[in-house]
Design a protein around this ligand. Structure first.
Ligand SMILES: *Cc1c(COP(=O)(O)O)cnc(C)c1O
Length: 364
């Protein structure tokens, strides 16, 4: 028997059941909410599908704001459950205009729910959460927010804003594991989820998961994904030790430095200033430069640049400054690598000016 092939990651001890509730409380504090927190032993996109599956039913009208491929998925899941979906599509790789959302609310007074991404990792835009949530709240519309790529990196005050459902994962700003996620659910959201026609006896049913809350938040149903929860606790320990304000500021600074660095380089940031993700900064490649050639010109540097995702993002390069990457060395490395790639392709790039622009944010 190969007992010598010992690995600490195998045969992990069971996650102590009494700590699930504590983890939920810690996530609730990050979201600044007293709403219920449901835990999912799955990646966040499954939690998003569960939320839409639990809301969707014939007779329910929802406004789906699409600013990336995620939005298209939300609409598909809602329709699959029989909901009537009004699609509000932003211009490609632009945030939605808050006034367009209000106009849609006015045009569809029977709307029960609105769903959208807060910050987009796919193309780097930031949607106007505060304005949308306020307009929805004034009309009694349940607000559903994909906050996976904003929690920790952007202000997200769930109760003050009146966000009814927020879906989060620890794998972005919190630099935690990707196989676990959480959903906050307000009383108004529960009323909508539990109304006639609610989905049940499904892993996608929020109502089924409510049983965990009602039973006093002990062990989660099914085999505990212990490694994920130990890793989540470790991520929360680190997050809390640094402090939410410091983590948020670190991401905000990384985004500003990346943006100014790109501009100094002579590159073109894509997301509008003030409406840009703090987790990724996107830049539009110069005309005539292909994505594959650009990335190939920088692969030897092993920095963290990748193509944008979704319609209109084909020629956007993403500079990743998420989680532990939201630091000087990653930002400087990515901006310089962007410049090196341009130069390797025979294009001008002022790397010295770019480095100075980044350094200005980290001078102490
Ligand atoms: C990363 C991310 C998710 C979650 O995707 P996973 O596949 O679960 O990692 C959801 N929404 C947004 C906006 C994201 O950036």
């Amino acid at each position: 028997m190969p007992f010598d092939r010992w690995n600490a990651l195998n045969d992990a001890p069971v996650f102590p059941p009494e700590r699930f509730g504590l983890v939920a409380d810690r996530l609730g504090r990050i979201l600044k909410t007293r709403n219920d927190i449901l835990l999912f032993q799955t990646e966040a996109v499954v939690a998003l599908e569960a939320v839409t599956a639990s809301l969707a039913r014939p007779g329910l009208k929802a406004i789906n704001i699409v600013t990336s491929p995620f939005g298209a998925w939300f609409g598909g899941w809602l329709r699959r459950g029989g909901a009537e979906v009004v699609t509000l599509m932003a211009e490609p790789v632009r945030p939605i205009d808050a006034e367009a959302v209000t106009a849609a609310f006015e045009a569809h007074p029977d709307t029960k729910a609105v769903i959208f991404c807060h910050a987009e990792s796919a193309n780097g835009v930031l949607n106007p959460l505060e304005e949308i949530a306020a307009a929805a709240r004034a009309r009694g519309i349940v607000t559903v927010v994909d906050a996976v790529a904003s929690v920790g990196g952007h202000a997200l005050d769930v109760d003050a804003l009146g966000v009814d459902i927020a879906v989060i994962g620890p794998q972005k700003s919190l630099a935690g594991p990707a196989g676990v996620s959480a959903v906050s659910v307000s009383p108004a959201a529960w009323r909508l989820v539990t109304a006639e026609g609610a989905s049940r006896e499904s892993t996608l049913s929020l109502l089924d998961r409510k049983a965990w809350l009602d039973a006093g938040r002990g062990a989660l149903p099914g085999t505990s994904a212990s490694l994920e929860f130990f890793a989540l606790e470790a991520a929360l320990d680190r997050f809390e030790a640094e402090g939410p304000d410091a983590v948020l500021a670190r991401h905000g600074r990384a985004a500003k430095a990346a943006r100014d660095g790109l501009v100094a380089l002579g590159a073109a940031p894509s997301a509008p200033a003030g409406r840009a993700s703090h987790l990724v900064t996107t830049a539009r490649l110069p005309d005539g430069v292909g994505m594959d050639a650009f990335l190939a010109a920088a692969t030897h540097l092993e920095t963290d640049m990748s193509p944008g995702v979704g319609p209109g993002a084909e020629n956007l390069v993403r500079l990743n400054h998420t989680g532990q990457r939201a630091r000087f060395e990653a930002v400087l490395g990515n901006v310089a690598a962007y410049g090196i790639a341009l130069r390797n392709l025979g294009l001008p790039a002022d790397i010295a000016a770019a480095a100075a622009a980044v350094a200005a944010y980290y001078s102490g």
